[in-house]
Design a protein around this ligand. Structure first.
Ligand code: SF4
Length: 335
């Protein structure tokens, strides 16, 4: 049954896999640690909404994006698209209608584009593989329309070029045009601007927001950069070690974070607004812990006043901070 409000719903989504373990563990026959790349994520995306998923590397955000685009299978939980359970859908012919509706934009345009294919062939590929164009005329029309939507105009100037003949920004626009060709309802964009110069970044963000406005397309925008998330998103979800630790409107998460980890993430980036306050909290240090040995709580564990008597034993649930703002921290209401 179609879900009128939500286009995508993740319910307790999990991606767990066995860790490699240490040699001594193998010798002694000890059980191997489980890597909890995504560990019980609940999330919804509305039609026409831009949702940013923010987190450091190792937070599980890209794995979740790969599950949504069916490039990886979950090990638990459910994924509903337009009310239909897509969790165990596999096989190219069964997936064809889903791939028509959900497309992905990858971070690295160099790797995403086949250097031996022209721009025309790259953008035409989804139209051919999803059988959305039945003759050359339809194919040409679809390719040109997508190139224009991605800001590559006039399209005739780009069709016969190869990726190495384009600038970094133009290559990323070709990747976007390829994702748009199937006219999807949801695009998952994994760090689409992180490898671009600041001026090009702004242009690509503008292309993506224009597309949402014109086509009512939903966008799941994966990034490590909180200010970029604030610029583009309606809502932000912050992930840490495979879990959602804070969720709310882009303004609430950016200017009124309730989780100390989000505050620290925000302190590690340039201010979004020069007049915005900054909470006094230490900056993040060191690496994200291994997802195979997840400590309870967050990276403030050693410094958190509650860490030793509560957060260590009991994982904090998401507390309601009002206005659909939630944070998973025992200190969320005091902070
Ligand atoms: Fe982190 Fe838990 Fe302390 Fe909150 S209560 S700051 S989640 S360790």
């Amino acid at each position: 049954m179609s879900d009128a409000a939500n286009l995508l719903r993740l319910e307790d989504l999990q991606v767990h896999y066995p860790g490699r373990g240490k040699i001594l563990d193998h010798i002694l026959g000890r059980p191997q640690a489980t890597v909890r790349a995504v560990d019980g994520v609940d999330l919804t995306i509305k039609r026409g909404e831009i949702l940013a998923v923010v987190g450091e590397s190792g937070s599980g955000k890209s794995t979740m994006g790969r599950v949504i685009t069916k490039l990886a299978q979950p090990t638990g939980g459910r994924m509903l698209f337009d009310g239909e359970d897509m969790t165990s859908l596999t096989g190219s012919s069964a997936l064809r209608p889903y791939r028509h509706r959900v497309q992905m934009i990858f971070q690295d345009a160099y790797q995403a584009l086949n250097p031996r294919h022209t721009v025309f062939d790259i953008v035409a590929e989804p139209l051919r593989s999803l059988r959305l164009a039945t003759n050359h005329e339809q194919l040409t029309l679809g390719v040109k329309k997508s190139l224009v939507a991605a800001g590559l105009t006039p399209p005739e100037q780009f069709c016969s070029r190869f990726p190495h003949e384009l600038s970094g920004g133009q290559r990323q626009r070709v990747v976007i045009a390829g994702a748009l060709a199937a006219e999807p309802e949801l695009i998952v964009a994994d760090e689409p601007v992180s490898m671009l110069d600041v001026s090009i970044r702004a242009q690509i963000l503008q292309v993506l927001t224009d597309l949402r406005d014109q086509r009512n397309m939903a966008l799941l925008f994966i990034t490590h950069d909180l200010p970029v998330a604030w610029l583009i998103a309606d809502r932000i979800v912050v992930m840490y070690l495979g879990r959602v630790i804070e969720t709310g409107s882009a303004d609430d998460i950016t200017f009124n974070p309730r989780h100390p980890y989000t505050v620290a993430l925000s302190n590690a980036t340039p201010k979004v607004r020069p007049d915005a306050d900054r909470r006094e909290l230490p900056a993040l240090e060191g690496e994200v812990p291994s997802a195979a040995r997840i400590p309870k709580g967050c990276r403030f564990h050693p410094r958190c006043p509650l860490a030793f008597d509560r957060c260590r034993k009991e994982e904090p649930p998401l507390f309601d901070a009002g206005h659909q703002h939630q944070a998973a921290c025992w200190l969320a209401d005091k902070f």
